[in-house]
Structure formats: C-alpha cells, structure tokens
Design a binder for this molecule. Structure first.
Ligand SMILES: NC(=O)c1ccc[n+]([C@@H]2O[C@H](COP(=O)([O-])OP(=O)(O)OC[C@H]3O[C@@H](n4cnc5c(N)ncnc54)[C@H](O)[C@@H]3O)[C@@H](O)[C@H]2O)c1
Length: 254
C-alpha cells in the first residue's frame, strides 16, 4: 500500500453513498482518517463500518450540509476526534430530475433547496473548514461540479446546472485567495457515474444511450472519480490549484 494520504484528515460530505463512500474507503486505505458527513445516519454508519473493515479510521458526522450549524458541528466533531483537518472534499449533491427541470417547470422552493445543498453547502464547509486547514499549515479543497455545468442539455435540470456552474467560479476564487496559506482548491467534473443518485433514472434504454454517447463506451463507476479526488487530495497535485478536472469517459471532448 502506498499511503498517499498518510497523516491527513479528510472531511468528505455526502460520504454515506456513491462517490463519497468510495472515496472514504479509498482515502482511508491510503492512510487518511475520514470524517464521513452525511444527512443519512444509517448510510454514514455503513461507510464507517466499511472503512474500519479494511483497517482504517473514520467518524460518522450526521447533518445537513445546507445548514450552517450542522456543518460547523460536523467540522468540530472531526477536529475533536482526529485533531486537525487537511482535506475538504465537498462531494454532497442532489439531482432531482422530477422536480428540478427547465426554468419553465421548476418552482422556487425546489430551486432554493437544490441551490442550498449543491452550492451553499460549499460556502458553509469552506467558511468553517478553511480556518482548520490554515491551522494545519495548508490543505486541499475539492469541489464537485458536473459536465452539466459545461454544456447545455435539452433534458434540463436548471437549478442543478446553475449551482454546479457557480462552483467553477468559487473554485477559482478560493484557489487565488488561499494559495498564500498553502491551501489549494480544484474542481472535478464527473460525467455520468453509476451511483444511487443516478439509479432511479438509469433505465436500460437510457443506459444504452449513455454508453453509446461516451467515447470510452461506458458510464463511470464511483472509483473513477475517487481516484481523481485522491490525486487532488494528495501532495502529488501540489502544483495544481484553481483547476478543473473532467472525468467523463471523453464525453465533453466530442
Ligand atoms: N452520479 C453522477 O452521474 C454525477 C455526475 C456529475 C456530478 N455528480 C455529483 O457528484 C456528487 C456525488 O454524487 P453521487 O452520485 O455519489 O450521489 P449519491 O446520491 O449517490 O450520494 C450522495 C450522498 O449525499 C448525501 N446527501 C444528500 N443531501 C445531503 C445533505 N443535504 N446533507 C448531507 N448529505 C447529503 C446522500 O445522503 C448521499 O449519501 C454530487 O455532488 C453530484 O451532484 C454526480
């Protein structure tokens, strides 16, 4: 084992399922202690069990990333348990294709909730997490955008797209502001990845359509994104900040 994150503490939001769970297991296997943040206690506990089964250490921190008090408490719980924070992996996000559609069809309440979970959450995590990274002498912030923020699609999810697009600008601002503190910020844009978020929508027909439209011929797996995040969390990416990493099987290159 290479232990690329030995001695690091990583806070990962939305770590109860999907890519966040996969990253928790991978980061722990590479030596990190992981603060598993999720709104779903059962899911967070399951991720902690998976990490512990492979000999790692993790803490379940349960709360809503859209609520400042919850985020502040989850950050504090992580620092209390593991003594510091070095990585803020802002992974939590929701895609509600039934309620978040075109601007013509989405109501204001849904728009605000999608924005709160997908965008404002990053405000709270960085507001309360960056002081911890500063105290640790530096660190890595990872944001999660989407190919949906890079192109328009006829099947619109406009609140989701707008929130992910805003993260591109926030990423650059965080990178420039905190470079002097040895804090880097980068954003990953996943393509379609097979997770519980996509599961309700992945009919055999849609899966076939996606597979055919992706140059590498398949939709992504959570580990495809977790490896990109591992690189950004580790010192291997120490000269990268303010950057965007597209991990989509070549979809956006067409
Ligand atoms: N799956 C894809 O195809 C895809 C593509 C592009 C971008 N993304 C983005 O990748 C990230 C991870 O997605 P995923 O597919 O692994 O999702 P997922 O739904 O499989 O897992 C997300 C986790 O976040 C948690 N969560 C949801 N709302 C929360 C809240 N308010 N507070 C705390 N935790 C909350 C859920 O309980 C869940 O455990 C998201 O930001 C998503 O927008 C996903």
């Amino acid at each position: 084992m290479s232990m690329r994150l030995k001695g690091k503490v990583a806070l990962i939001t939305g770590a109860g399922m999907g890519m966040g769970r996969e990253a928790s297991v991978l980061f722990a296997a590479e030596g990190a202690h992981v603060v598993v943040c999720d709104i779903n206690k059962k899911a967070a506990d399951e991720t902690v069990t998976l990490v512990e089964k492979t000999g790692g250490q993790a803490l379940a921190a349960v709360g809503d990333v859209a609520i400042e008090d919850d985020v502040k408490r989850m950050v504090e719980e992580g620092v209390k348990r593991f003594g510091a924070l070095h990585v803020l992996y802002n992974n939590a996000g929701v895609l509600w294709k039934d309620k978040d559609r075109s601007v013509l069809e989405t109501d204001g309440e849904q728009w605000d909730r999608v924005m709160a979970i997908n965008l404002k959450s990053v405000f709270w995590v960085t507001k309360h997490g960056i002081p911890c990274l500063k105290r640790a002498g530096g660190g890595s912030i990872i944001l999660v955008g989407s190919v949906s923020a890079l192109a328009g699609f006829t099947r619109a999810q406009d609140a989701y797209t707008a929130a992910k697009g805003a993260l591109i600008s926030l990423n650059k601002s965080l990178a420039i502001q905190f470079a002097k503190d040895r804090i880097r910020s980068n954003i990953i844009h996943p393509g379609i990845v097979e997770t519980p978020l996509q599961a309700p929508y992945l009919t055999p027909e849609l899966r076939a359509e996606f597979n055919a439209g992706i140059p590498l011929g398949r939709i992504g797996q959570p580990r495809d994104i977790a490896y990109a995040a591992l690189f950004l969390a580790s010192e291997e990416s120490s000269f990268m900040t303010g950057a965007e990493m597209i991990v989509d099987g070549g979809f956006m290159a067409q």
